[in-house]
Design a binder for this molecule. Sequence first.
Ligand code: CTP
Ligand code: CA
Length: 236
Amino acid sequence: LDGGTLPWDLAGKRVVVTSGGTREEIDPVRFLGNRSSGKQGHAIAAVAAARGAQVTLVTSSDLPVPAAVEAIRIDSALEMRDATLSAAADADVVIKAAAVADFRPTDVSSSKLKKDSGSEPAQIRLERNPDILAGLVAAHASGEIPAGCVLVGFAAETGDSTGSVLEHGRAKLARKGCDLLVVNEVGRGTTFGQDVNGGWILDAAGGEVSVDRASKDLLASRILDAVVSWAAAPSA
Ligand code: CTP
Ligand code: CA
């Protein structure tokens, strides 16, 4: 990152970023996870710090922590929720780049599950995790998060028979109730673990910016540009 070419437009702002895929414990040696590497969230944290923000990164990723960023390491969605909600209490911006597991094992075994303990493979029962972004939107509405705080969600979409990647993204923004939504196409070999990313940045007023596939640092800059203009808009 070349800080010299970046605007110093986030000076004094508190930015909370979540990154990585959560890990939901099955037993002491196993977890349910996903393909998120944490690269995009880490890039946002790095660029926000280089633009002057005080950044807290709540992460399950093993990537190195970017310069001048405070990292809180967590594993599960429940741990991420607690750390994110408390960090958000005095935040100006919260960016939820993490791939949060929608479900977690209902029962966590305190000892390693053994293959010879039964004749059938064990069934892993799942229950729903809380939606952290929905929790942030509710906390914002009830005043637990500062009124001017900008909430940014991500949408990991593959597209399917019911709609394209962008259509799913628009519906998700309306459903989530956040201010901005970054829509990514995901799948094996696209986005996850890669150094490039692209997509759309949608805002709650109907605005839409398309970002060509480029470095995750460049998408990070475009997202922070969108945050700065949203915060300056009369509707925010
Ligand atoms: N998210 C969250 N808590 C969850 C699940 C998702 O905060 N338990 C956040 C993600 O960090 C992301 C946004 O919600 O910013 C959208 O995540 P995504 O998985 O795309 O959407 P879901 O609402 O979980 O819907 P689905 O997986 O069914 O598409
Ligand atoms: Ca999900």
